[in-house]
Structure formats: structure tokens, C-alpha cells
Design a protein around this ligand. Structure first.
Ligand SMILES: [Zn+2]
Length: 109
């Protein structure tokens, strides 16, 4: 069973594969969520979605977001740190299939 948003947010231990780092700092979380909103333009699968930044890669600009929905799903996004919306399909987004741990472990550099 997939962990819920809330479980990931409330600090309950969820093991993440290296080099993924849980986002526990609300300032970092807000920054990533705001940046995602800047980058996704109309036509992007995350446009207008309510997302929560959950983790980030320690080695690149890839971030993991929980996407509100029924059920909640998870998106791995390569943020570009542009200051204006990008052209879909950028920022590159991959919807992860369960189990989350294995999907994140597939992330290679
Ligand atoms: Zn990475």
C-alpha cells in the first residue's frame, strides 16, 4: 500500500533510497512548491494541481511531489529554476508507480 501524503509529512519514518532526502523544513518545502507553480504552464500534467514537496534528490534538481487526488499519487519533477513557465512537457515530470521506494531507487545520474 502506498503511504499517504500526511504520513510522509508528519515525520513518520519512511525510508527513501539514496540520494533522496526528505523535506522536513517548511521553508524549503514552500520554495519548491512555489517554484513548481512558476515552471508548469498550461497543458502540463501538474498545471493547476495541488502539490506537496516531499523529498529532493541530493545530487540534482529532481524533486518528489505528492499530488492531491484520489488516490494521492507521486510525481518526480526535474525543476529547471526558470522564472517563467516552461513549455510542456518541461519541467520533465514522471509519475511514479508503487512501490515508491523502488521507483525512487530507479533514479540514476
Ligand atoms: Zn538526482
Amino acid at each position: 500500500m502506498e503511504p499517504s501524503h500526511d504520513r510522509l509529512l508528519d515525520g513518520e519514518a519512511l525510508p527513501l533510497p539514496e540520494p533522496w532526502i526528505r523535506i522536513l523544513d517548511s521553508g524549503v518545502r514552500n520554495t519548491l512548491e512555489a517554484q513548481l507553480k512558476v515552471e508548469v504552464g498550461e497543458g502540463h500534467p501538474l498545471f493547476g494541481k495541488s502539490v506537496t514537496a516531499l523529498a529532493r534528490c541530493g545530487r540534482c534538481d529532481e524533486a518528489l511531489f505528492g499530488v492531491e487526488g484520489a488516490p494521492t499519487h507521486f510525481a518526480q519533477v526535474h525543476l529547471t529554476w526558470r522564472s517563467a513557465p516552461d513549455t510542456p512537457p518541461w519541467p520533465w515530470t514522471e509519475f511514479l508507480s508503487p512501490p515508491l521506494f523502488d521507483s525512487l531507487a530507479d533514479h540514476a545520474h
